[in-house]
Design a protein around this ligand. Structure first.
Ligand code: ADP
Ligand code: GLC
Length: 493
């Protein structure tokens, strides 16, 4: 089976969040199951050595922004071909993937990711200039979603199209004058097509024109069909319920495992978790300027600072955390007011709160290893990978019961403790009161070494490897091979 897998970010090359982790690991798991996989991503300036990658096709200039070239590289550590969409006017610039240095979305994101979708569609046509035609095109989030309406509009024989939703909050909505500029038909600009409140929504285009929809946990698949989680598209999703499924993300244990993690000052495994975590904690306390207190429970957060993540709730319970003798370490970046508020808190409580603003892969690993608890008070969480990584590091996730958090963490209730199935602490609803109470439970648990160690070791034994998810995706792809398509998607659209 030939699979073209398109994503706007891929670990370890470029990453802003969990999407990159998925796009860096799932293709390798699919290739290990025997699929012929090719990856597609923009040739961003930050990509090491992109200019040296051989040119393998010229796609022309569909939007008047200069020629688009496809270059070939490999996904690091594998022999999976990585095709880079090279258009210097759109992708060769400083700043982050989606925003300029001052944190504003690039004003031409419509064309940048319009081109990514267009290129994915062009390379999926029977007459692709590469002479390799996929059976399945797998798209991720709004940045690649336009490939689906392009293929429908162009017609002819097309691959099965799978669209995976990693987050309903990011929709890619733009003014409708874009429709002709993108070369898409006005007939698609309707309520049943990609029109959304008088704009073109790239996310909706994926939801409407793909054959199958998936999201990254079973609970989130249910949640997004309701107004509270659907960001205005719950009706569209409910209409497509028969084609929508939740496949839980995995963890790449070649990257996230404390016994082989090159970022850690001290590596450890299940047999040496107590000493290993103590050593990493001491080093982190030193490096972050916190007093070296082995007995203080260390709470950490590694996160984008956004409304989704409930970080404001964390801010409001911080005085109580401090009063109970705990320490808190944050690695994150995002909304300015949250960055400022945590910086101010660290300044006024240097004994208990330490903040590292920005993005650091190394620090993310070190925090996972050093912390006793990782806090994820998310209001919604499509899957969440941080809590899955935390378990492998013997760090207890403290999570709000939503989306993938609900699907991956077993609360330390009395029954779960007796049964030996507990892996963390779960609370609801997403309120500061519920969070505060849960943190108090966590601190109580921390003082009970035997129970704490039992939960740690159960967490470390969990296996969220990607092979399970890969097999579920393959079953889905299989149902979409020519002559095997059912359901409401596909040719009917
Ligand atoms: P999301 O994709 O919504 O941000 P996930 O939990 O799925 O949430 O994935 C987050 C990923 O991004 C994890 O790999 C985590 O380690 C990483 N991450 C988040 N914030 C930072 C940061 N400031 N520095 C380094 N890595 C980060
Ligand atoms: C999104 C979600 C996160 C998920 C990740 C990878 O960024 O916010 O919950 O784990 O995508 O699927």
């Amino acid at each position: 089976m030939r699979l073209l897998f398109a994503s706007s970010e891929i670990f370890p090359l470029v990453k802003t969040g969990g999407l990159a982790d998925v796009a860096g690991a799932l293709p390798a798991a699919l290739a290990a199951e025997g699929l012929d996989v090719r990856l597609l991503m923009p040739a961003y300036r930050s990509l090491p050595g992109r200019g040296d990658c051989p040119e393998i096709a010229r796609l022309g200039d569909p939007f008047g922004r200069g020629d688009t070239i496809i270059r070939e590289s490999r996904l690091p550590g594998t022999d999976i071909p990585l095709w880079l969409v090279d258009n210097p006017a759109l992708f060769d610039r400083d700043g982050s993937l989606y925003q300029d240095d001052s944190g504003r979305d690039w004003p031409d994101n419509d064309i940048r990711f319009g081109l990514l979708g267009w290129a994915a569609a062009r390379l999926s046509q029977v007459n692709s200039p590469l002479g390799w035609v996929p059976d399945i095109l797998h798209l991720h989030d709004w940045q690649t979603a336009l490939a689906a309406p392009y293929l429908r509009a162009w017609g002819g024989q097309i691959p099965g199209i799978v669209f995976t939703i990693h987050n309903m909050a990011y929709q890619g909505c733009f003014a409708p004058d874009l429709v002709p500029r993108l070369g898409l038909p006005w007939s698609f600009y309707t309520m049943d097509g990609f029109e959304y409140w008088s704009q073109i929504s790239y996310l909706k285009a994926g939801l409407v024109y793909a054959d199958r929809l998936t999201t990254v946990s079973p609970t989130y698949a249910r949640e997004i069909q309701s107004p509270a989680f659907g960001f205005g598209l719950d009706g569209v999703l409910a209409n497509r319920a028969a084609d929508l499924s939740g496949i839980l993300n995995g963890a790449d244990y070649s990257v996230w495992d404390p016994s082989i993690d090159p970022h850690l000052p001290c590596r450890y495994d299940a047999a040496s978790v107590s000493e290993g975590k103590a050593a990493n904690k001491a080093r982190l306390q030193q490096d972050m300027g916190l007093p070296e207190r082995p007995d203080a429970p260390l709470f950490a957060a590694v996160t984008r600072l956004s409304d989704q993540k409930g970080i404001d709730l964390l801010l409001s319970v911080m005085p109580s955390v401090i009063a109970q003798g705990a320490q808190f370490a944050l690695l994150g970046s995002g909304e300015r007011w949250l960055e400022d508020a945590f910086t101010a808190m660290a300044r006024s409580c240097p004994e208990t709160v330490a903040v590292h603003l920005g993005y650091s892969e190394e620090f993310a690993h070190r925090l996972q290893a050093a912390a006793d608890f990782v806090l994820m008070p998310s209001r919604f969480e499509p899957c969440g990978l941080t809590q899955i990584y935390a378990m492998r590091y013997g760090t207890l996730p403290v999570v709000q019961r939503t989306g993938g958090l609900a699907d991956t963490v077993v609360d330390a209730t009395y029954d779960a403790m007796l049964a030996g199935t507990a892996t963390g602490l779960v609370f609801e609803p997403p309120s500061s009161g519920a969070l505060q109470w849960c943190i108090e439970r966590a601190i109580g648990l921390y003082r009970n070494r035997a129970q704490m160690e039992r939960i740690q070791s159960t967490g470390m034994r969990q296996d969220f490897g990607w092979d399970r998810a890969a097999r579920q995706y393959i079953a889905l792809y299989d149902g979409l091979r020519p002559g095997r398509r059912h359901g409401t998607g596909g040719e009917a659209r």
